[in-house]
Design a protein around this ligand. Sequence first.
Ligand code: AQP
Length: 354
Amino acid sequence: MSAFAPRVFSGVQPTGNLHLGNYLGAIRKFVALQESQDCIYCVVDLHSITAQLVHEDLKGQIRSITAAFLAAGIDPKRHIVFNQSRVSGHAELAWIFNCVARIGWMNRMTQFKEKAGKDRENASLGLLAYPSLMAADILLYRATHVPVGDDQKQHLELTRDIAIKFNNDFSGRIAAAGLGTEIAMGDETVNGYFPITEPMIEGPATRVMSLKDGSKKMSKSDPSDLSRINLTDDADQIARKIRKAKTDPDALPSETAGLAGRAEADNLVGIYAALAETRKADVLTEFGGRQFSEFKPALAELAVEKLAPINAEMRRLIDDPGHIDAVLKDGGERAGAIAERTMRDVKEIVGFLQ
Ligand code: AQP
């Protein structure tokens, strides 16, 4: 069989308020890709219980992430939007991948080390196996491209390693069942069942940092709400958070080299560039030599201009849970049909009786 048909997959955890980092690093790319690609976007609720088992309002969080997808412009009719737990293939394939992946691979994952912290023995087994479930999310749809922020790079490398090992371990069975597809690997072409997925991590906002600490990623789970701009924040909250964002006393430099060693300044300039869809160098051509007291109001105005329409549409959608639930049900059925075909093939390849 010839090469894999291009397909985009990505997911977002329903673990709290979506923030500007999620938007610029992931969701905005999801929206752009749907013009040219076949896309599947998933609210990864199974992932959300790995770090914290009991959530006060998981259903509400799932609806809120879905509302953000739709408010940002994702079209659930042309593409697939659903929540992961509706399709049992994610958990089934993850189990098989738990047996493909090695414990040593999981132990090297920096996200596990960060989230488990010092109390590693007490972290859930699910948190350790998180990347294996993520590989299953992607490969269940034999997705070829995954748009994500920079923090997910290592997990995507592991997804590639799992696909390569599965294709190698079962190469004879894949060929015998006629289920192989050609995969270009450097100068060679091999046959495999799973594609070697390409990460899509580019642009000026692949890692948006905390507004309170330029060395930490902006994150939903940061205890300080001032560290992030939530997609649900109103204009006053956005302006206040930018006003209170940590900076240094110097004026902005005129060239990007001058941002070295100034993590907070670099972050705010990067956010401006991403929102304005330009480059940091262009932002500095305009604002170089000016103080943060002038730059911050301009950044706040731009952020409000870009986020206000999403915010308004999200609020409208959150007030219509029936519509959101219908979108997720329809998406789940369409995703389930693709997943079922993959699981049938995978069970055949592994050798289970069906
Ligand atoms: N700060 C960020 N800058 C750029 N991209 C980011 N992403 C997350 N934070 C940033 C990207 O957003 C997508 C969805 O992320 P996720 O919800 O699956 O989990 P995460 O990466 O662990 O995000 P958070 O906000 O830090 O959540 P918690 O606090 O729950 O762990 C991914 O593509 C991610 O790269």
